[in-house]
Design a protein around this ligand. Structure first.
Ligand code: FES
Length: 142
């Protein structure tokens, strides 16, 4: 029996034999682990409070803007971090040391240090980030 006759008897065409290894490769790639790598692009940065650039956070009431986040040290000495975009129309908010609130200079919304709306026109709370202080390193992360 010749090769062609043998394959025909099995019901297998030459094309099937040639492409079978490639189909196997496609099958393997589609079953790869879809889990993203650690971090996955989520917000995560650390501020070294011993550096002059971050010195505003060494005083109660101080604040700074980094990577779309306002990091503030409240009058009580607690660190908080919120998304800097006002939930009304996206204006960059600021930390008001006197009121110990986040304030939007555009239309006057105010937010508590918990991110909750104190007064509008904003109706949605600010996104809060986790903050952990280890030595002089202040980590801000989602
Ligand atoms: S953009 Fe902040 S109150 Fe309107």
């Amino acid at each position: 029996m010749k090769r062609h006759e043998f394959l025909t008897a099995l019901g297998v065409s030459a094309g099937t034999v040639i492409f079978a290894p490639f189909l196997t490769s496609c099958s393997k790639s589609s079953t790869m682990d879809p889990t993203p790598p650690p971090g996955g692009g989520a917000l995560d940065f650390t501020l070294d409070l011993s550096l002059p650039a971050n010195s505003a956070l060494n005083t109660n009431g101080g604040s700074m803007l980094k990577s779309g986040v306002i990091v503030a040290r409240t009058s009580g000495g607690t660190y908080v971090a919120v998304a800097s975009a006002c939930t009304h129309q996206g204006t960059t908010i600021e930390f008001n040391n006197t009121s110990s609130q986040f304030h939007c200079p555009n239309h006057g919304s105010n937010f508590a240090v918990t991110g909750a709306v104190v007064n509008g026109p904003a109706t949605t709370a600010l996104k809060m980030y986790n903050v952990t202080l280890t030595g002089t390193n202040l980590r801000v992360y989602a």
